[in-house]
Design a protein around this ligand. Structure first.
Ligand SMILES: N[C@@H](CCC(=O)N[C@@H](CS)C(=O)NCC(=O)O)C(=O)O
Length: 207
């Protein structure tokens, strides 16, 4: 029996963040998967199921729908160690999540998407790809600096900031073409996240 429904895109890191936290929390949910340009996604847009017109969206038992991956993570983590109660630690956690959306995702995820999604290949000009590579290495460098002397990105234990940043960082070499040999501390952190009890991969899509 489950009380939550997740509308998510199987190949998307933003959706994966939510699937990963639900798995780590051991919370059952109904999964409704919708890929890019699929009739199901077009129908969800047409019927107003996506409040901010993007996936993921979490639907609560009373029908309330929460959009934005990081907002969903905070909702699900409320009252658990994944979202610190201490105001300073909570602010440090949120700071990395805001950074993930306003800096990291628009470079790391976008470069991977330009390579991965056939319909976007025409946007992948050599100039744009080079600029994204350069900016991405700078951003990964910021994470590397933090993780060089800390196990976790925001506090002394794993938080929703780790989940948020893991979603696109863990595949940034393979999918985005970033040179991950330059970031040994990030690579060790990726291994730590993957060792968390309940961990699921991006490709582990619920039936
Ligand atoms: N800031 C949003 C971004 C969500 C987003 O860009 N979702 C994309 C997939 S990664 C999407 O829904 N695309 C489908 C569409 O635009 O129709 C979040 O973190 O949830």
């Amino acid at each position: 029996m489950t009380d939550l429904t997740l509308y998510s895109m199987p190949t998307s890191g933003n959706s994966y963040k939510v699937r990963l936290l639900l798995a780590l929390l051991g919370r059952p949910y109904r999964h409704i998967g919708m890929e890019y340009e699929s009739p199901a996604l077009e129908d969800a847009h047409a019927t107003g199921k996506l409040p901010l017109k993007k996936l993921p969206v979490l639907e609560l038992p009373d029908g309330t729908r929460i959009p934005e991956s990081n907002a969903i993570l905070c909702y699900l983590a409320d009252g658990t160690d994944w979202l610190p109660a201490d105001p300073v630690k909570r602010a440090q956690t949120l700071a990395w999540m805001f950074w993930e959306q306003n800096q990291h995702e628009g470079v790391i995820a976008v470069r991977a998407a330009l390579i991965f999604y056939v319909s976007r290949k025409h946007l992948a000009t050599p100039e744009r790809m080079y600029e994204l590579l350069d900016r991405g290495h700078d951003l990964l460098g910021q994470m590397e600096t933090r993780l060089a002397d800390h196990d976790w990105i925001a506090t002394d234990r794993p938080t929703v900031a780790d989940i948020s940043l893991y979603a696109y960082t863990h595949s940034s070499g393979e999918k985005g073409g970033f040179d991950m040999t330059r970031f040994p501390a990030i690579n060790r952190w990726i291994e730590r996240v993957a060792a968390l009890p309940g961990y699921v991969k991006l490709t582990d899509i619920p039936a």
